[in-house]
Design a protein around this ligand. Structure first.
Ligand code: NI
Length: 215
């Protein structure tokens, strides 16, 4: 396969061993719609890229990583969540384990009107978290790493991850959808634990915002 500007870019990224540097908010690559993946990369190069993204996501650590977050304007993301949280949090947030998945050219639609509001963060906005009201259920359409069509409903926390990562590919950061008065530092243990309870109800009261979740 002939080299292209995109494949050269990927080869350059993969020339270094280990986790890739993560691009932070303020870089225009996070604000531009990414281009569909449509045969620009050989199967081998794509497989190497996916593996590097998996390693980077684990090392961060995070539960999802979109290609623009490593500087690639490509509609590709990986997700995986071991859901290592207390049972009470798991039950309230629907944070069930999400096995590793590759999302190529994903898009989603909300299923039903219900939205749920919880704290979330982003590897490209380090040190902060904020409350985002999102669809509790979404229908995801994408391709997997073998090029097979995916048309699948996600619910609970996996639905949140799918929305967050797909938004990245459209140049949208979670802060665009967040309740800004909920913005909280996660830089030390005390601030991280302040809003670690299952729901952000107390945060809404103490920080002065309205929870946007609805039935
Ligand atoms: Ni993110």
């Amino acid at each position: 396969m002939p080299s292209t500007p995109l494949s050269d870019h990927v080869e350059a990224l993969l020339a270094t061993e280990g986790p890739l540097p993560i691009v932070a908010a303020g870089d225009p690559v996070l604000r531009r719609p990414a281009q569909p993946l449509d045969g620009q990369l050989s199967d081998t190069l794509l497989a190497r890229l996916i593996e590097a993204m998996r390693v980077t996501m684990h090392a961060a650590p995070g539960v999802g990583l979109a290609a623009p977050q490593i500087g690639l304007p490509l509609r590709l993301a990986v997700i995986e969540d071991a859901a290592g949280v207390p049972e009470e949090v798991r039950a309230v947030r629907g944070r069930v384990p999400q096995p590793f998945r590759v999302l190529i050219n994903p898009s989603y639609d909300g299923v039903g009107a219900r939205r749920v509001a919880f704290y979330e963060g982003c590897l490209s906005v380090p040190g902060y978290q904020a409350v985002v009201a999102r669809h509790e259920r979404v229908q995801l359409r994408a391709l997997d790493e073998q090029g097979r069509a995916v048309d699948e409903e996600f619910t609970g926390w996996p639905a949140r991850i799918v929305q967050h990562e797909t938004d990245h590919l459209n140049g949208t950061l979670y802060l665009d959808r967040a309740e800004l008065r909920s913005l909280s530092s996660t830089q030390d243990r005390a601030s991280l634990e302040r809003w670690a309870q299952p729901t952000p109800e107390l945060a809404a009261k103490e920080l002065g915002f309205t929870l946007q979740g609805s039935d």
